[in-house]
Design a protein around this ligand. Sequence first.
Ligand code: SPV
Ligand code: MG
Length: 534
Amino acid sequence: MKKTTQFRRLLQPGRLEFLMEAHNGLSATIVAEAGFKGIWASGLSIAAALGVRDNNEASWTQVLEVVEFMSDATDIPILLDGDTGFGNFNNARRLVQKLEQRGCAAVCIEDKLFPKTNSFIAGEKQALADVDEFAGKIKSMKDAQRDPDFCVVARLEAFIAGWGLEEMLRRAEAYHAAGADALLIHSKTKTPDQVLAFGRAWQERCPLVCVPTTYYATPVEQLEQAGYNLVIWANHNCRAAITAMQNVSRTIFQQRSLVSVEDKIATVKEVFRLQRAEELAAAEDRYLPRRAEFARAIILAASQGAELGEVTRTVPKAMVRIGNTPLLHKLVSDLRAERIKEIVVVRGFAKNEVRVPGVTFVDNDAYATTAELASLQKAAEWITGEVVLTFGDILFRRYILSNLLADPHDIVVVVDANWQPRPPVGQMDYVITNRPFSLKYSEDDVMLEAVGADLPKARITGEWIGLIKTTATGSQRLQAALAELAKRPDFNQLRFDALFRHLLAQSTPIKVHFITGHWLDVDNAETLLEAQNF
Ligand code: SPV
Ligand code: MG
């Protein structure tokens, strides 16, 4: 049911209903959870929560912002304390339009002058609005609303300002005739006499609302019998919060410790619950890609990279700074941005210098006398499920990783079609594919045929950049091939090309994901310079 319709129903005769004060999204949530069917967005409490006075110090659009948060946080209707309407009829009718847009069900305006003062501060000295001017304001608000169920409550302040029942009734007649959906009869006396007298005199000619802040001991049945339909508990969440916050702040300040408050306050978990953290988690499951949740990455970062000279004298190549950030940190943050949760780093040279929070380290202490596959072998137990395998000394644009992860094939290697012969030639991973890169075809059927440093130049179609993705099946094959190769006496000298050749010899399909540049292998002084501008 629309919130406006819900609110209109609260005004129906025959059943006493209640609004509870709230002043922000959190308190509104708490009010709704407690079981209330409606919320009083109190001007006093909203001002207090914003740290200002109840004198229209907060602008009307600032109040609107607060109400919007409250409305977004709840499914029950909100009656906004609209003070005097923030100006004349023109301001008040614009307020109605904006409130309707923000999901607020109703507004209450009081017959005082802008800027208003709270009713409990020197009430007798407060001037009342001209009756006709205020009636015109109500009429303009009723004319402005689009939703027929939006309600305008007229609040009478004549009792507050020291006038009697006669003046109250005169004003009530005028506001009722102007189209007010209900009258709020305010009083600051300790007994309910004024409010009850008005109710009896009015004789249920329209819905009545009261705010028993000062005459709080009055049984609500008495108010109901006098013709009131709606009772507002006007400021009690704000006051409760003040007492709680004063106590906890004082205690923590004095004791310089949290120990005596910790179990007396809401848990952080409760905060998350009130914020509906669970809904977000469920939405993430529904809307975010799932694949990366299972994926892990293995980064090979054991080598020193002596060819970089002084830069890698004490730190390995993967920890060389690009700008202010070690290469490895950039790699890890890119992997995490793709929601790869588990990252395994194989260290070797200067392993204590390889510092990355939240990753799993595996060590190849024989890094100086072994090659790539020996390092990978150290992380063999991690080659299960979906895996991204990457060298620790390459830089690539994030989209390359994204696209690679989206490729469903079991073993996928990233190949740069814009390859250039470059030193050190002995270590290059040139490839031959079943067909060259072309923008004309989909890549679905580009497969690896050969890998090596000394392939016939005319047949080379690209260069493997040091990035592989495997599915669970692909990981199994890779792991098995690695185990086979580990039996060879020359295993410690083997590089990835040997692994690919082994897989190809077993007819294991290796899918090629072509790119054209946008990556860098930091393997000499020149590429290190390039990397600074990557
Ligand atoms: C408010 O809650 O802001 C009110 C009620 O207007 S009272 O403070 O009693 O005037
Ligand atoms: Mg108020």
